[in-house]
Each structure stands twice: as structure tokens, then as C-alpha cells.
Design a protein around this ligand. Sequence first.
Ligand SMILES: Cc1cc2nc3c(=O)[nH]c(=O)nc-3n(C[C@H](O)[C@H](O)[C@H](O)COP(=O)(O)OP(=O)(O)OC[C@H]3O[C@@H](n4cnc5c(N)ncnc54)[C@H](O)[C@@H]3O)c2cc1C
Length: 285
Amino acid sequence: MIAQNFEYIAPTNLGEALRLLGDGEAKALAGGMSLIPLMKLRLAMPEQLVDLGRIADLNYIRQDGNAIRIGATTTHYQVQSSALLRGSCPLLVETANHIGDVQVRNRGTIGGSVAHADPAADYPAALLALEARVVLVSAKSEREMTVADFFVDTFTTALEPGELIREVIVPVEDQSEGASYQKVLQAASGFAIVGIAARMRQSGGRVTFARVGVTGLAGKPYRANNVEQALEGTPGSPADIQKAAALVADGVDANSDLHASAHYRKHLAGVYTMRALAVASSRTA
Ligand SMILES: Cc1cc2nc3c(=O)[nH]c(=O)nc-3n(C[C@H](O)[C@H](O)[C@H](O)COP(=O)(O)OP(=O)(O)OC[C@H]3O[C@@H](n4cnc5c(N)ncnc54)[C@H](O)[C@@H]3O)c2cc1C
């Protein structure tokens, strides 16, 4: 199908984009990888599109002390190929590698992916495990929040009308830390049937720190605090990892579709949490 007619505007500075988006009627366009298909299906029918692609001030990856700030229009390819991120936040690089295909990674952006909040998207698992933050701006205000607060429900975020994601902030991972993203993909699209991001630190023969982010399993991505708590303080043996990973889907209302039943998704989540933790553990220094 063909999208309904719309007005296309491509401002070159953020202030102008925010002014255009101010009344909440126009829609932001980033890579168009999710929005354009929705428009073609007439599931989205914006009358005005504000293309963020020419705003240089939204495209950057830079270190700021113990954090790395990633501008909203940074593409998945730019994340995947960033030397700074590879050295300082390898979990995000590994996750970007898993997104779609080359074309999608060349066009799609981190801001667009996070704003779209697809429950099967890859970044949310890593961003939750990284305890990342997002900076939201509008013509009138700027605020910062955790991604855990940002993801409200399926395709629903804390974004207010007229607000944009300006940047995503991830921590510089501890050099002793091991991390891994493990995913069962839906073969046609590449989206996650289940995707698990894990971080782990070990010291004195004990797990001192564990973080687990989950995507694809439920209506929104989540942090598996119960798995983290079960693992921290243990020696992190294969049996400890297996026992903790088995908790990942406890009490979760799992998605069910033609690709995987809820029961099968829960099973996969347990197996892939075990796998992500085992790989993370093998990468700890
Ligand atoms: C064939 C195919 C396969 C894919 N496979 C995967 C996959 O395996 N894993 C995965 O995670 N994703 C996958 N995707 C989705 C892809 O990652 C998209 O890049 C992403 O969902 C949307 O990013 P975008 O930049 O294209 O945003 P757009 O499509 O331009 O916008 C998406 C939504 O976000 C809003 N938006 C965009 N930028 C901002 C901003 N800065 N602030 C506020 N709102 C904003 C738009 O208004 C729109 O509502 C796939 C897409 C396709 C087409």
C-alpha cells in the first residue's frame, strides 16, 4: 500500500525541529525503518513528518566521564562500528550487531528504536542491563530518566507530545566486567523471539554484580532482578547460573504468537539467560 499524502520538512537544527513538533500533531522521522512501513499500512497517518536526519547536533557518540552519550540519530551501524563503544561499552556493540540486516542497520537509529518501543527490539534488553538513561527534550523543557521508567508498555513510552529523545546515556563498563547479548531471532525479520543481555563481575571467587535485561518475552522489556539477586554472592558456577537463569520468566505473562507459544518462549528465555550469563562469566577479567 501507499502512505497517505503528508508534508515533509527537514530542519537542520534541533530548535526548529522542536518548534515544528511542538503541538504534538507532526511526527518525527528518523531512519523510517518502523514508521514508513506503518504509514504504508495506514496504521500511522501523520499529516506532517519532521525528518531529524539533517540535524548534525543529534548524531554523535562521545565520552563524558564515566558515561557515553549517544545522539538519537546515531544509526545501528554507527553503534556497531564505534571504536569508543567497542572499548567502553561492548555490550551495546554486540547488541547492535544483532539488529535486522545491513540495510536496517544503516538507516535505523538508536533514538527511533527506543522511541518505537517494539517489545521484540534488541536494544532495550542491553539498555536495561546497562541501567541506561535517556534525555528527552521539547520546545519547553528537558528531562532525564532511566530506560526502565521510559518503557511503559507495548509500543508505549514516557514520551509526551512534542517531545524528542535527544540522547541515550550508557555507562562505561567496568574493565573487569564480562557481558553478552544472546538472541533467538525470528527468521524473517530478525526481531527477537527472546533476547537476553547479561553483565557480570566476579571478585574473590564470588559474583559481585549481575545485570540481566530481557526482550521479546513479554509486552515490554524488563530487568530480571530475581535472576541477578539469585546469582550475586554465589561462586557463579554452572549450577549457580542454571539455578538463577531458571527464574527469568517467573510470574511473567509471556507473549504467544505463530512464531513461539508462551510456554516455548519461557523455555527459551531460561536457556538463553543461562547462555548469556555463561558467556558473560567467561569474559570477566
Ligand atoms: C526488515 C526489518 C528488520 C528489523 N529487524 C530488527 C531487529 O532484528 N531488531 C530490532 O531491534 N529492530 C529491528 N528493526 C527495527 C529497526 O531497528 C528500526 O531502526 C527501529 O525500530 C526504528 O528506528 P528508526 O530510526 O528507523 O525510526 P523511525 O521508523 O523513523 O521512527 C520510529 C518511531 O520513533 C519515533 N522517533 C524516531 N526518532 C525519535 C526521537 N529521536 N525521539 C522521539 N521519537 C522518535 C518516530 O516518530 C516513530 O514513531 C527492523 C526493521 C525492519 C524494517
